[in-house]
Design a protein around this ligand. Structure first.
Ligand code: FE2
Length: 185
């Protein structure tokens, strides 16, 4: 069974350089300490057209993603999902990312915007553990989106290429009045 939901973004060639420009423009002086940087984490709020297209495409795949996560066995089509956080992240040579997950978000989309040869793979731990001995490498390809459930731990080993830029988005069911627990009080 395929461990990660993967889909090619149809507008990658059209929008790649515009998206890189957008990320450059909103880059923050945020540094992970070793040649990695990221943008603000609210790219989904009033996004420029190229970013809006990307997020709308991701949203159009929501049901496919949920069926993949649930293996097709869940009343999953009754909730609307929305982005709760989104950002661009760039790794230069020798930058990596420590092991972490995105809980409590339902799932996370990582669209790889600029990937050079020898870019580090995404290391995922599909069994829910936080033990690197259970990690599996996912080779990443530019122009493709990779989706993992929010509770999966993952990390990035030190990158070997000059650039490895991705746009990340976290997704959650949107609050709906008839489903809020507080309504049962
Ligand atoms: Fe992550």
């Amino acid at each position: 069974m395929k461990q990660v939901f993967i889909k090619e973004y149809p507008n990658h060639t059209r929008d790649k350089f515009e998206l890189l420009d957008i990320l450059e423009y909103i880059q923050e002086a945020f540094n992970f300490g070793k040649r990695a940087s990221r943008t603000r984490m609210d790219l989904h709020l009033n996004p420029p057209p190229a970013l809006k297209s990307l997020f709308e495409w991701e949203a159009s795949l929501n049901l496919d993603v949920l069926k993949y996560i649930c293996r097709g066995e869940s009343p999953i089509d009754c909730l609307d999902y929305g982005i709760i956080g989104s950002w661009g992240i760039k790794y230069e040579k020798e930058a990596g990312l420590v092991i972490h997950n995105h809980f409590p978000y339902a799932y996370t989309c990582a669209y790889y915007l600029n990937v050079f040869e020898d870019s580090a793979p995404l290391m995922v731990i599909p069994n829910g553990n936080k033990d690197k001995k259970d990690a599996e490498p996912v080779e990443i390809k530019e122009g493709y989106m990779y989706v993992i459930p929010g509770w999966w731990y993952h990390y990035v080993e030190d990158n070997r290429s000059l650039d490895r830029t991705a746009i990340i988005s976290n997704w959650l069911p949107e609050a709906q009045e008839n489903l809020k627990v507080s309504n049962f009080n």
